[in-house]
Design a protein around this ligand. Structure first.
Ligand code: AMP
Length: 114
């Protein structure tokens, strides 16, 4: 169920502008407004799920599909080495409460992240 106050629901529905790099039945991928790397793409499920903690068994196929989308968008940007990150909760840096997978690449990435 879409959340009318959620910016990522609005982007998925085409009600808000974004630099879309991929879309299919279950996911939309957009370039991050404030990129942290030459490639910084966000993979969003069309379904509104607030955080990783809110996923249920019913979402197992969706989560697998999201990983396929991650691979697709990374390949489109010519990436073989990249990082996939999910911030879960404000204390971990989550600022938009619609689950999204950050795909970062195009530069050397240090570990651990801050
Ligand atoms: P997080 O902090 O993990 O919740 O990530 C949210 C990300 O969404 C941040 O990297 C923001 O720069 C990005 N962001 C917020 N609003 C938009 C938008 N309208 N279009 C693209 N990226 C956005």
């Amino acid at each position: 169920m879409a959340d009318s106050s959620c910016i990522f629901c609005k982007i998925c529905a085409g009600e808000m502008e974004a630099d879309r790099v991929h879309e299919d039945e279950h996911t939309v991928a957009i370039r991050d407004l404030n990129p942290g790397a030459p490639t910084h793409i966000l993979v969003l499920p069309r379904k509104h799920v607030a955080t990783l903690n809110d996923l249920t068994e019913d979402d197992d196929a969706l989560v697998a599909h999201i990983h396929r989308t991650v691979r697709t968008v990374a390949a489109k940007d010519g990436l073989t080495d990249y990082r996939v990150a999910i911030n879960c909760g404000a204390g971990a840096g989550q600022s938009v409460f619609h689950i999204h997978f950050h795909v970062l690449g195009g530069r050397a990435l240090s570990w651990p992240p801050g």
